[in-house]
Design a protein around this ligand. Structure first.
Ligand code: ZN
Length: 109
């Protein structure tokens, strides 16, 4: 049996930002941080839950996608192989949504 070649395509679906933030692991060049409590130095490849706040990660976003856009799909493949339990979301999308929400919360006070 031959496996059809797989490609990574970005897709869009609605998320509740607070839900994502509660279980998001953000990875940088070397290690990751917990979006919920900002704990640093988390190994993105083998950490199921935040060592500080205990949140179980469901989503992952990478800062490296912004700084190394040409590696985008390589990184997506590596993450899909190493962390099939996590859904890769776009860090820039998340940041934009979080910024927009923060502004809205601020102005509705
Ligand atoms: Zn945490």
């Amino acid at each position: 049996m031959t496996m059809a070649e797989q490609h990574y395509l970005r897709s869009y679906k609605p998320f509740v930002l607070e839900e994502v933030k509660k279980s998001l692991l953000i990875i940088g060049d070397l290690s990751g941080n917990c979006a919920s409590c900002n704990a640093l130095g988390i190994n993105a490849y083998d950490t199921k839950a935040c060592p500080e706040c205990g949140t179980v990660f469901k989503y992952i976003a990478s800062r490296r996608l912004e700084t190394h856009p040409s590696e985008r799909f390589q990184l997506a493949r590596r993450l899909a192989e190493k962390r099939p339990d996590l859904l890769l979301i776009d860090y820039q999308d998340y940041q934009k949504a979080a910024g927009a929400k923060a502004a809205k919360d601020f102005f509705s006070l």
